[in-house]
Write a protein that binds this ligand. Structure first.
Ligand SMILES: Nc1ncnc2c1ncn2[C@@H]1O[C@H](COP(=O)(O)OP(=O)(O)O)[C@@H](O)[C@H]1O
Ligand SMILES: [Mg+2]
Length: 538
């Protein structure tokens, strides 16, 4: 349990938030959301004591322990992997150190013997005897093989370190667990493992994430930081999103009777619970549903960008035909002998263990890169718009946002261009900012505007949710679900893939796996699992 009382945080003149009073209780998982810079990380740092607050008080339940996912990838460089995990339980680690120091004394006295006995008792009470095997099990589940457990952290790759630090945070079932964007740098399978782990977690969890599938799987509550206010809602991200949108629509319909609105909300809740009951990781979500109250549903105050792709002309039957396509990078084969025929209306997600495979494939079919072998041909009626992984070359420019977008439009009237920028939530003076100073998320919104101007009937999207905030991801996702043309994409975002794509193509060095099925079925299919292992190892 974490109690936050009358908290205020201020940097210089800027007040991030004030008068925050929240109790985070055991058995609940709080998904923290809010725009970039709204103060999510700061809130976690204040709770963990890493930084002080201006006023207010943070307390844990009596005798409780708090654990944080470390953001410092170098802090444990001189420790072995296993010890790094053990250090996650600092009291236990301290006892182990003290014990070892006493046993190592050449002049071990009776008094030392008494001390050691005391330490051994506490050690046993804390479950110390199982500590190493528990730590090893966690590491194993996170894909760190035993042969690395005694390797120094300094010698581990960046991606492996992330998993070790995650094991460190989870180690010893802390009473309170703080995770700031834990799914960054994790592959989709590890994210699913973490979803399972946390949806069965009995203690208090606070997690910041932009990953909607992850948030939905684990959270019982949603903590929204918006305009300096922190509000807590019962329900996971989807529940919060859908119910607050519904409440907003109700607010706009003044003439609707209170009784009708009530009925509509109750119906919404019962539809939502029916879906939860069907889902795979229902544990925490079921708990969340039991406690729902329609009085808790508040209209959304969020602004979502207007992402609308509308094809100018309908596509003919031939979309894209690829034959014998191969590519490599620095002598490593990324994919080999790819044959594919895209059907009308296909929305294909491309997967690979090496994400460079997708980037190479998309660069080739957009004519920016040469293949090692093979050909591709777009249908006559196809107009495509491409969102590349690396957009830096578009922003080496001194142009203002307004002038930048004019480059890509036939209509350059003030009204028209402002309209597009407005849809992407660039307003007022902001549109005269130079494009080279924009943040990663702002650059993505510019690229999306550029694409929307093309009115294409085929979209090629290389990791489209990169750098985007939740509002933009949600708006993007909503539109692509309805998009009538074809989509070729790669993504880290489970929900995005699952709700948009009807076909999965995995690019491997020994050919492709091509399945007309949704993503959840693809990743859970045992036969495909075996096939995948074989294709990468051949
Ligand atoms: N030590 C600091 N001094 C001054 N400003 C800071 C400091 N730490 C964070 N900020 C500012 O506080 C705001 C919130 O930051 P942060 O909590 O990292 O946001 P989030 O995690 O929600 O993206 C940002 O505008 C950031 O620039
Ligand atoms: Mg942050």
């Amino acid at each position: 349990m974490i109690t936050v009382a009358d908290l205020k945080i201020q940097f210089g003149k800027r007040i991030l938030f004030h008068s925050v009073n929240i109790k985070f209780t055991a058995g609940n998982c709080y998904g923290i959301i809010g725009a970039n810079g709204s103060g999510k990380s700061t809130l976690l740092k204040v709770i963990s004591g890493e930084i002080g607050s201006n006023t207010g008080h943070i307390s844990l339940g009596p005798g409780e322990r708090l654990s944080v996912l470390s953001q410092d990838h170098f802090a444990f460089d001189e420790y072995t992997v296993l010890n790094t995990v053990l250090k996650g339980h600092s009291q236990l680690w301290d006892i182990m150190q003290k014990k070892d120091a006493l046993y190592a004394k050449p002049d071990f006295s009776d008094e030392d013997g008494m001390k050691v006995a005391g330490l051994e008792d506490t050690f046993a009470e804390m479950g110390g005897w199982n500590a190493e095997s528990d730590a090893a099990t966690l590491l194993g589940e996170l894909g760190i093989k035993e042969e690395f457990h005694f390797t120094l952290m300094a010698d581990m790759s960046a991606k492996q370190k992330v998993r070790v630090l995650l094991a460190q945070a989870l180690f010893g079932n802390p009473d309170n667990l703080l995770l700031d964007e834990p799914t960054n740098d994790l592959d989709l399978e590890t994210v699913m493992w973490l979803e399972n782990y946390l949806s069965n977690y009995e203690n208090t969890v606070l997690v910041v994430s932009h990953d909607r599938h992850f948030l939905d799987a684990i959270s019982t509550h949603t903590v929204d930081i918006d305009f300096g206010k922190i509000q807590t809602f019962a329900g996971n991200y989807s529940f919060w999103y859908q119910s607050s949108q519904l409440a907003l629509r109700q607010l706009q319909k003044q003439n609707k009777k209170a009784e009708e609105k009530r009925k509509e909300l109750l119906e919404f809740i019962s539809r939502f619970s029916a879906n939860v009951a069907k889902s795979k990781q229902a544990t925490s979500r079921k708990k969340m549903i039991e406690k729902l109250n329609i009085e808790d549903i508040k209209p959304s105050t969020r602004k979502y960008p207007g992402i609308i792709f509308s094809p100018e002309r309908e596509a003919g039957d031939k979309i894209l035909e690829v034959s014998g396509l191969s590519a490599s990078v620095d002598g490593k084969v990324l994919f080999n002998d790819v044959d594919l025929y895209a059907n009308k209306g296909d929305k294909i997600v491309f997967l690979s263990k090496d994400t460079r495979a997708m980037t190479a494939f998309f660069e080739i079919i957009n004519g920016n890169q040469k293949a090692d072998a093979g050909t591709y041909q777009w249908g006559q009626t196809i107009t495509s718009a491409y969102l590349p992984f690396d957009n830096s070359k578009f922003f080496r420019s001194e142009l203002s946002l307004f002038d930048w977008l004019c480059q890509f439009s036939t209509d350059t009237s003030d009204l028209y261009i402002r309209g597009y920028l407005g849809k992407m939530l660039f307003a007022g003076e902001e549109i005269f900012k130079r494009v080279d100073v924009l943040s990663g998320g702002e650059k993505m919104r510019c690229m999306i505007s550029k694409m929307m101007l093309k009115n294409a009937n085929a979209l090629v999207l290389d990791t489209p949710t990169n750098h985007l905030d939740l509002e933009s991801i949600q708006a993007f996702n909503n539109n692509l679900k309805k998009f009538p043309g074809s989509i070729f994409m790669s993504s880290h975002d489970h929900e995005f893939i699952q709700t948009i794509c009807n076909r999965v193509i995995e690019l491997t060095p020994s050919g492709i796996i091509d399945k007309l099925m949704d993503y959840d079925d693809y990743i859970t299919d045992e036969k495909i699992k075996v096939l995948r292992e074989k294709m990468y190892n051949d």
